[in-house]
Design a protein around this ligand. Structure first.
Ligand SMILES: Nc1ncnc2c1ncn2[C@@H]1O[C@H](COP(=O)(O)OP(=O)(O)OP(=O)(O)O)[C@@H](O)[C@H]1O
Ligand SMILES: [Mg+2]
Length: 254
């Protein structure tokens, strides 16, 4: 099995504080891997270190067969790896049109056929060409997140890093966006690494997951093991109990 993403003993410190403490992770091509854990446990730091948004002090990072270190990433890296953030308000410039927002990555990566690609991208995220010349500040949160996803997908990446991509959205919109992501993953054979505080979301979207605490990965397991409550740490049990809505009625007897 080839790895899309491989990390060994990664350490990230901020002023001496280890936000990520010797984390290792292997994600297979086409796999959807979930990351859960309480606030401040290092989930975003891990994704940001992969994306080069923060550096890492030691350890190794291999993405799509290439080794990376520190913060240095090249254009080819961002062609392969795209990130979608929690807050679609912060991640899209409000005074740009959808057209501009989608043209930019196409220009950076030297794609031709911008018209066709933009139309296709808007269709794929369920918006249609009517949105092409709207400004991002004229869009709802859910529509913005669809544009953020279109912007990521338009460069035909292999790996998506998703940091709480739906937690700023209403429950009904959240389900639509998750379905859209899942469909894109199937259609394109994408690899996902997805952070969520919601175990129900992880259980729906992922094959395996890791539980983080104080910068460490304290447990890795399959979603089947999670559903069967077959986990080894008390911490995971606490987290599962704390995640309301995950423990469905059928699970409660057991
Ligand atoms: N740029 C930074 N400078 C200093 N400290 C940072 C920086 N980024 C993150 N940290 C610290 O690293 C730790 C992990 O932060 P991180 O954002 O990875 O947590 P998280 O698991 O994503 O939490 P949340 O669920 O709230 O998003 C926290 O203590 C945070 O304050
Ligand atoms: Mg975070």
């Amino acid at each position: 099995m080839t790895s899309a993403l491989s990390i060994t003993d990664m350490v990230v410190s901020f002023d001496g504080y280890r936000a990520l403490d010797t984390v290792s992770l292997d994600v297979a091509t086409g796999e959807s891997f979930g990351i859960v854990g309480e606030s401040g446990s290092g989930k975003s730091t891990l994704l940001r270190a992969v994306a080069g948004l923060n550096g890492f002090d030691s350890g190794t990072l291999t993405v799509d067969g290439r080794r990376f270190s520190g913060r240095r990433r090249d254009t080819a890296f961002y062609r392969t790896v795209q990130m979608v953030f929690q807050d679609p308000y912060g991640s899209l410039h409000p005074r740009q049109t959808v057209d501009r927002l989608l043209l930019e990555p196409l220009a950076i990566h030297g794609f031709a056929d911008a018209d066709i690609r933009i139309a296709r991208a808007l269709d794929e995220v369920g918006l249609g060409s009517g949105f092409r010349f709207r400004f991002s500040h004229q869009l709802s949160g859910g529509q913005r997140q669809r544009i953020a996803i279109a912007r990521a997908l338009i460069v035909e990446p292999k790996i998506l890093l998703l940091d709480e991509p739906t937690s700023a959205l209403d429950a009904s919109i959240q389900a639509e966006i998750l379905n859209l992501l899942e469909q894109a993953r199937k259609d394109r054979g994408l690899t996902f690494v997805m952070v969520s505080h919601d175990l129900a979301v992880i259980s729906h979207m992922c094959d395996r997951l890791a539980v983080m605490r104080y910068g460490k990965m304290v447990e890795k397991m399959s979603v089947a093991e999670l559903r069967g409550r077959d986990f080894s740490t008390d911490y995971t049990r606490e987290l599962l109990v704390a995640s309301e809505g995950f423990v469905r009625p059928a699970d409660r007897s057991g």
